[in-house]
Design a binder for this molecule. Structure first.
Ligand code: CU
Length: 174
């Protein structure tokens, strides 16, 4: 079974990340004698219907010493922006965070639907569930790091839990 899965992943040509499992990527750098560990966890993008020109991606970032997300690059769109959603007079507005996204030291900063997100503008192709989208994150202090974002629906469907959680107890249990 495992061998079959591995072969399927290789044929698909994507990074071997388990669906639904948070993938963490870490970057460590010493700047002016200060160690800064940046972790990027659970990156995902919303699938786009046919014809949509823009897509949104989300992840959780944490910087041990404090940093700032200044931009993102991806081969699947011609441009990208860091967006925030705010409510103004009961109307949801989306605007670019021109200064980037501050990452206060030791705080998890979650980019999530309804809030801060990465906007992929000018998609070269629709984002299809199951794909992996490389996102190269740029920071003020730390070197850029690339994470693989899984294209999926916002809420994982029931019954598609990772294999780590057995669906049924073994039949030979008393
Ligand atoms: Cu947006």
């Amino acid at each position: 079974m495992m061998r079959f899965l591995t072969a399927a992943v290789v044929l698909f040509g994507v990074a071997a990340c388990q669906p639904g499992e948070p993938v963490a990527t870490k970057s460590t750098v010493d700047t002016d004698g200060v160690r800064n560990v940046i972790s990027a966890t659970g990156a995902w993008c919303r699938p786009t219907p046919n014809g949509a020109q823009a897509g949104a991606c989300y992840l959780t970032l944490k910087s041990s010493a404090g940093d700032r997300l200044t931009g993102v690059a991806t081969p699947v769109s011609t441009a990208t922006q860091i967006h925030n959603m705010t409510m103004e007079d009961d109307v949801m507005r989306m605007g670019e965070m021109a200064e980037g996204l501050p990452l206060p030291a030791e705080q998890s900063v979650a980019l999530a639907p309804g809030g801060v997100h990465l906007m992929l503008v000018g998609l070269t192709a629709p984002l299809v569930a199951g794909q992996a989208v490389p996102l190269t994150l740029g920071f003020e202090k730390s070197p850029a790091m690339t994470v693989q974002a899984e294209v999926r629906q916002p809420v994982p469907a029931a019954g598609t839990a990772p294999a780590a959680a057995p669906a049924t107890p073994p039949a030979d249990k008393p």
